[in-house]
Design a binder for this molecule. Structure first.
Ligand SMILES: [Zn+2]
Length: 311
């Protein structure tokens, strides 16, 4: 038996087949091309799922979806998502269920990644973990007592938009100085470009990955920005430790591929900020599933909803 997995992002949609041990047996990708419309994307996803099913010649027990942005996990609808213009209210769960004749479940992609780490990754055997993804944005999922934490009406808590500095940059969510607007990849790159604008034009338009490379090579300006970003990352992580004291915090996403650069500052902020909780007992670990977490997570979403005994 395989589980179909669909990871819907702003740039691409990944489709995979996951086995009962969390391995990706086969996968395909397509550009999201949101402007071509929701139906067009679902046509492509359906074709990919059917191809994988044929290719592996295995029965598919169901389909799990991880989707960027606010989603209603029980109605199966997509909310107001910047990266998916015109898709608001669209229902990938009902659409794929009708086309594939299978049960389908959906969660926010950060929650899907957290479920994957809890089930098959760094969080195996842990009761509580928070999985943080730092890349283009900051997403986080909370798995407490083995279950995904949900807010009222199934709402996904938007940890990337908790406020670190209310005099900080304006964010598209309406707030100022959100964690994401201070510590995501684009936030780091924009601040570095601004700080180095006058003296050295070689530092313009660099990706966060490139800034990390410069820091490793000892570039002074890059090291200053890494320390600043580490402080912002650290404040957010320390806030989560104070609020939840989880057993484990998993660090994933493209920025966290360079976690070793940020961790000394992050640990220093935690030591300074988390005086009332046993912060030293909270482990910080890199993602074990790395880039595969959202896709594997989409498969876990199905089992988390419909039960492992059928998975
Ligand atoms: Zn925000």
């Amino acid at each position: 038996m395989i589980t179909g997995a669909v990871d819907i992002g702003g740039t691409k949609i990944a489709v995979g087949a996951i086995d009962g041990t969390g391995r990706v047996l086969a996968r395909e990708e397509t550009p999201t091309a949101a402007a071509r419309g929701f139906d067009d994307a679902m046509d492509r996803v359906t074709a990919m799922l059917n191809r994988l099913r044929q290719q592996l010649d295995a029965p598919m027990r169901g389909v799990g979806i991880g989707c960027t942005g606010p989603v209603d996990p029980f109605r199966g609808t997509i909310g107001e998502v910047d990266f998916l213009p015109g898709w608001k209210g669209a229902n990938p769960v009902a659409t794929l269920a009708a086309r594939m004749h299978l049960e389908v479940a959906m969660e926010n992609d950060a929650d899907a990644a957290a479920l994957a780490e809890a089930q098959w990754g760094a969080g195996r055997g842990r009761k509580s973990l928070i999985c943080i993804t730092v890349g283009t944005g900051i997403g986080a999922g909370l798995v407490l007592g083995g279950a995904l934490y949900r807010g009222v009406d199934g709402a996904h808590p938007e940890i990337g938009h908790h406020v670190i500095d209310d005099t900080g940059p304006a964010c598209y969510c309406g707030g100022r100085g959100c964690w994401e607007s201070l510590a995501s990849g684009p936030a780091i790159a924009a601040r570095f470009a601004l700080a180095t604008a006058a003296p050295d034009s070689r530092h313009q338009d660099l990706s966060t990955q490139r800034i990390c490379e410069l820091a490793r090579a000892g570039d002074a300006a890059a090291l200053v920005e890494i320390a600043r970003a580490g402080r912002y990352l650290g404040i957010g992580i320390a806030n989560l430790i104070t609020l939840y004291v989880p057993e484990l915090i998993v660090l994933s996403g493209s920025v966290m591929d360079s976690a070793e650069l940020f961790l000394p500052t992050i640990r220093e902020v935690i030591r300074r900020q988390c005086g009332l909780v046993p912060a030293e007992r909270v482990e910080l670990m890199p993602s074990m599933l790395r880039g595969d977490a959202p896709l594997i997570g989409a498969g876990v979403v199905w089992a988390h909803r419909y039960g492992w005994e059928r998975a």
